[in-house]
Ligand binder design. Structure first.
Ligand code: URA
Ligand code: CA
Length: 432
């Protein structure tokens, strides 16, 4: 087999076989296929697409390119949730204990944040003492005992994806449905998921800017999951404005605690219940999605989800007094309110604009090696469609510097007040 023949074949729009795809991925991972040939192949795929069989073959070949996590020692069906990334996305912090409170095992591998999107591990580290450096044995033991644990990414998972993504990034081939779908699905499968729930975000703060693109990606990933024996469901949710009210690490922990206490922001609660009911149902609990949702709602109000959060945090070294008294979480030195400069309706809260503003305060990393400030961030008081009067607080800036003119400017660029504005629907589609 020669890679040049496979490039030509794809260039002519023909489908590659299972063996051809594996030859290409394993050869590229081993360094036998050079970057320039793999770049040409990525461009051919970008223009000619892949059929469903090729997409699932590509996914499983990327899984085989490196180590995989074996979660078979954990009892039950391991369902993993993946979000394509957003601003102030507090769902994992709520879903992990909430879903586990129904006895469904949550064995979560998570990452740190980069750029305007936050990472679950950074947020959890706002709980003093909390750590994610667990051995595989300890991780499995905790999930069996408490039904929930979160571990940092380790091991050489999907090296083909890392290498291929680096090439795509510099050859204009990131934006290809078969390449994105196989990249995401291979990582979930390599980290041991039996079943997968996907939160595909759409809008200004999201990777997929339009609902049509998000829909195409979501359907592609659900199809791959089903073809490779991992039952998959998906939700397409809005990320044109931030999710919930809080953006920032300790601020989002507080938001998660409020939500687990039954007092969460309406949009965050709705998304958690929608994604959570898919997770619970895929794990075999609840006869259908609406029964699963009712079980979750019950545990948000009867204290069981919050209790599970305490057990989970304590098991990984966290000081759970902050869960009872969130004012003990890291606090910023200054709070500054941003006030409405006219009457009207809030018509735009640009998610990535506020994500960047939070990053400028120190809540996120501008580069991989930046230090983050766990205390700082933004808390919205209004959402798109809400009426405002001149002088009403729109959001509060939590900062550790007194003079932050650039951040204030970024925030003002991201907010629009108009005569009229309708609320933005949160959930665009549910794919089961
Ligand atoms: N996120 C991923 O994990 N992979 C892609 O290809 C694009 C976004
Ligand atoms: Ca939030």
């Amino acid at each position: 087999m020669r890679i040049v023949d496979l490039i030509t074949k794809k260039q002519h729009g023909e489908a590659l076989t299972t063996e051809e795809i594996d030859f290409m991925i394993q050869g590229f991972t081993a360094g036998d296929i050079p970057d320039y040939q793999m770049s040409a192949m990525a461009m051919a795929i970008y223009f000619k697409d892949m059929n469903d069989q090729e997409r699932s073959d590509l996914t499983m070949s990327i899984v085989r390119s490196g180590e995989t996590i074996d979660l078979s020692a954990i009892h039950g069906i391991k369902v993993d949730k993946h979000s394509t990334g957003g601003v102030g996305d507090t769902t994992t912090l709520v879903l992990a204990p909430l879903v586990a409170s129904l006895g469904v095992p949550i064995a979560k591998m998570s990452g740190r944040g980069l750029g305007h999107t936050g990472g679950t591990i950074d947020k959890l580290e706002a709980i003093p003492g909390f750590h994610v450096e667990l051995t595989e044995e300890k991780f499995i033991e905790l999930v069996n005992k408490n039904k929930v644990a979160v571990v940092g990414q380790s091991g050489n998972l999907t090296p083909a994806d890392k290498k291929l993504y680096a090439l795509r990034d510099v050859t204009g081939t990131v934006d290809s449905i078969p390449l994105i779908a196989s990249s995401i699905m291979s990582k979930k499968i390599a980290s041991g998921a039996d079943a997968i729930v996907l939160d595909v975000k759409t809008g200004a703060g999201a990777f997929m800017k339009t609902t049509e693109d998000a829909r195409e990606l979501a359907h592609a990933m659900v199809k791959i999951g089903k073809m490779v024996g991992r039952d998959t469901m998906a939700v397409i949710s809005d990320m044109s404005q931030p999710l919930g009210f809080a953006i920032g690490n300790a601020l989002e922990i507080k938001e998660a605690i409020d939500t687990l206490n039954g007092h969460g922001p309406a949009d965050l609660v709705d998304l958690c219940l929608t994604l959570g009911s898919q997770m619970v149902h895929l794990a075999g609990v609840g006869s259908d999605l609406s029964e699963a949702r009712a079980l979750l709602e019950e545990n948000l109000t009867n204290g069981k989800a919050l209790e599970k959060f305490k057990v989970f945090a304590a098991s990984q070294g966290g000081d759970i007094s902050v869960i009872e008294n969130p004012e003990l979480l890291p606090q910023a030195a200054y709070e500054t309110e941003v006030l409405a400069d006219r009457d009207g309706k809030l018509s735009q809260i640009v998610a990535d604009g506020l994500g960047v503003a939070a990053m400028m305060l120190g809540a996120g990393r501008a580069t991989k090696d930046s230090e983050i400030d766990l205390a700082v961030g933004l808390v919205l008081h209004k959402k798109v469609g809400d009426a405002v009067k001149k002088g009403d607080p729109l959001l509060t800036i939590h900062s550790n510097q007194l003079e932050i003119p650039e951040v204030e400017e970024k925030i003002w660029e991201s907010l629009t007040i108009s005569e009229e504005a309708d609320p933005i629907p949160l959930i665009h589609e549910v794919i089961v």
